[in-house]
Write a protein that binds this ligand. Sequence first.
Ligand code: ZN
Length: 139
Amino acid sequence: MTHVEHLGIAVADLEGSIPLFEALLGTAVYKIETVESEQVRTAFLQCGPNKIELLEATGPESPIAKSLEKRGAGIHHVAFAVHDIEAEMNRLKSMGFSLLNEQPKKGADGKLVAFVHPKSAGGVLLELCMDDPEATPAV
Ligand code: ZN
């Protein structure tokens, strides 16, 4: 893993939370994107070299809806950038870490992502992410 790519923060209401985080970080949201497969709507803020991803559930089966129910709003996951997501998934699997998905999937912001179960990662939901070679580059 090369660096922390972003922090994911679960929010109950995206529109209501954007002004708060814009004020806190002193910067505007640069992208709002829905990820159908995950039933989430995301908003991204850039803070120096780091990104913050706000996540709102778009349906009751969304992992964010479940997280809000269990733990309330707050830090949801830490995402680490990797050069080769499949190699990294295999490395972690071979060491006994449990992954939440078998194959990398398309995440927000043109990334391929995979999640490591918090039970095998010290209570932290860990996201691996890599630039998706098939994603259309942002203009
Ligand atoms: Zn994320």
